[in-house]
Design a protein around this ligand. Sequence first.
Ligand code: ADP
Ligand code: MG
Length: 280
Amino acid sequence: MSAQHGTDIHCLGLVHLYRSEQAQVVALRGIDLDIDAGEVVAILGPSGTGKSTLLRLLGGLMQPSAGRILVGGLDLTSMSSKELRAYRASMVGIVLQDAGTNLIGYGSAEENVWFAQRGARGMSDDLPTPESLLRLAGSEGVGSQPVQLLSGGAQQRVALAVGVAAAPPLLLVDEPTTQLDAAARDDVIGALLRINAERATTIVMVTHDPAVAAAVPRTVTIRDGRVGAEGRHGKEYAIVAKDGTIQLPPELLAVLPPDTLVRLHAHDDGVDLRRAELDR
Ligand code: ADP
Ligand code: MG
């Protein structure tokens, strides 16, 4: 269980609706996404596009309305709530938005990590020590003061150590750098990349922060509840979804607005889209 390797992820046609008495919100409307073991992926996109919803689904915190999620070959969408609890305890570390919500404020950094290991301690005899995890997250030397007295950046790094306390093969992180200055942000990015480099943990993080996006090899932009674009090493690409659809980047919608009829011309290496000139 003390994994020193990551896990792969496959999302197939993920749909998620939030229902309330007044309204129904479609947060995700068909996400297809494949992530290899040991990848670091940043999920980007405007506010309200379903990024945190996707993270909660990957974390087994709730079940999707439709579609499938496979993590390390386990089908989360067929799990009972008891099985999901076991999944959350052993397979995934979840660092929610606002570092403080992941921490016990009056505890020290070491106590926080130690406490987060309580479930795993009985099941594994090679858990990393709290000191080694705090070092991994760049939090060594924060001392025994209550974590609520630490700076935002220092709290976030302790939260990352807590996230990987049970040595999960997957770490999910929501908006880890909001409200941090540039130096603190770089320390948090460094901690994430070090966790990935040293433990091969698969990391999926949601971010608004261009500096975070620029620091990772792969980005996935969610638009309107679907995967709109993929970035690899700083270059943006559109992607053909499993159902054959392709989203135009927003700037091209000025050229081909919604409902435009287009002609498709195939070439050896691609397809041209041209506005159709209709015969009268
Ligand atoms: P993001 O993280 O990209 O900002 P979210 O996943 O938080 O987006 O939300 C996607 C959509 O779902 C938004 O319209 C949001 O208002 C709605 N939503 C999120 N959580 C809930 C909830 N618990 N109940 C109802 N609607 C929700
Ligand atoms: Mg969010």
